[in-house]
Design a protein around this ligand. Structure first.
Ligand SMILES: *Cc1c(COP(=O)(O)O)cnc(C)c1O
Length: 373
């Protein structure tokens, strides 16, 4: 771990950095001063404003995390014991965890190596009479191939629930993610494209499913002490919603900055490493800017950090079907998933990455890739 002389002149460029400003502090203060901290008017306003911005025309229900959102959303669209749910393995474990927590069985599908998203042909090969749902993940901020999944859905009749945890504002053919399926989830974890501290937003295709999510998040109650079903406490607090509402006013500018940063890196790194490919009909919101490093990826990551002060991340080093918690559900081999897990590196692309940082990142990648690290 010796620092090269160069690196000492610089602060490390982190791979993620939540942006919290005075407006967020003031909003939290306002809620604290009101004395009403738990779910209340701030959550209701946040749900409305979030739907207006990201999923117009569809009801949105706020919950305490993205994982809760997946879990309650799957339950609300009728997923349960005996059901198979096809999910990618190249994703955060929460995607498959939610399926298991709903009492269903995850069936892991391989990915499209170009987009890192679930491969519809792989999904088609895994469908059985028990397939109740498919959960595409809009990984790294790029929409999955929803048209191909819709074609399969028309043929087979399964439900589609979108894991849009990383894809606030991403579109496909002009339509926003979250509005393709029977439901979807956006995460508000601090490293995501916008945050509420913690939180998740569940979007549903119909009011009846939205009501079921509202019941499940609040002990099964719509009216106090008239519990209709057995539910959870998965409520969002007004403190969190107040932060989220402020972030909602900033996220479009941040997304524009992410996209501009990605465009710079695309140009600077072309021919040096495999840069992210974007489907022509898609708007990518670059939750992560993910390249492939086929040789000694871990050495590459270490050299970026130690020699150049450039942070990076590996999402995800162990695919879900190989995790101790989920490997009992592993099925057929997933060669593209295993290859991606061995090769991917995500470079800083978040809105705090400035012009000088971009130059440094590009120079560092060129130097380390050129050195054959
Ligand atoms: C972050 C994330 C989740 C879980 O969201 P939390 O808010 O952290 O619970 C689920 N799926 C994916 C793809 C994620 O990136």
């Amino acid at each position: 771990m010796t620092l090269q002389p160069d690196a000492r002149q610089f602060d490390l460029i982190p791979v993620a950095k939540p942006l919290i400003g005075e407006e967020e502090r003031a909003a939290v203060d306002r809620v604290l001063a009101s004395g009403m901290l738990a779910q209340g008017p701030e959550v209701a306003a946040f749900e409305r404003e979030f739907a207006e911005r990201f999923t117009p025309g569809r009801p949105v229900v706020a919950v305490n995390s993205g994982t809760s959102g997946l879990h309650l959303g799957l339950l609300a669209i009728g997923i349960g014991p005996g059901d198979e749910v096809v999910v990618p393995s190249f994703t955060f474990a929460a995607t498959a965890n939610a399926v298991v927590l709903a009492g269903a069985t995850p069936v892991f599908a391989d990915i499209d190596p170009v987009t890192f998203c679930i491969d519809p042909e792989a999904v088609a090969a895994l469908l059985t009479p028990r397939t109740a749902a498919v959960v595409p993940v809009h990984l790294f901020g790029q929409p999955a191939d929803m048209a191909a999944l819709a074609a399969l859905q028309r043929e087979h009749g399964f439900r589609v629930f979108e894991d849009a945890a990383q894809a606030h504002g991403a579109t496909l053919g002009g339509a926003p993610v979250g509005t393709f399926g029977d439901g979807g989830m956006f995460s508000l974890y601090p490293t995501k494209n916008m945050t509420a501290g913690e939180g998740g937003m569940v979007v549903l295709a119909d009011e009846e499913s939205a009501r079921r999510v509202r019941l499940l998040r609040n002990q099964g109650m719509e009216r106090q002490y008239e519990n209709e079903v057995v539910g959870f406490n998965a409520r969002m607090t007004d403190l969190h919603a107040a932060i989220g509402r402020v972030q909602l006013t900033k996220v479009d500018a941040w997304t524009a900055q992410r996209r501009a940063n990605a465009a710079f890196l695309d140009a600077a790194l072309a021919g040096i490493v495999t840069t992210p490919a974007v489907r022509p009909e898609a708007t990518h919101v670059y939750h992560q800017y993910t390249i492939r490093v086929p040789e000694d990826r871990d050495g590459f990551v270490a050299a970026l950090r130690e020699e150049h002060g450039v942070g990076s991340g590996v999402y995800y080093p162990i695919p879900a079907h190989r995790l101790p918690s989920l490997r009992e559900h592993a099925g057929a081999d997933l060669p593209q998933t295993d290859l991606a897990a061995a090769e991917v590196v995500s470079l800083p692309v978040h809105p705090s990455v400035g012009a000088d940082d971009l130059e440094r990142i590009a120079a560092a990648v060129a130097a380390v890739a050129g050195a054959g690290a």
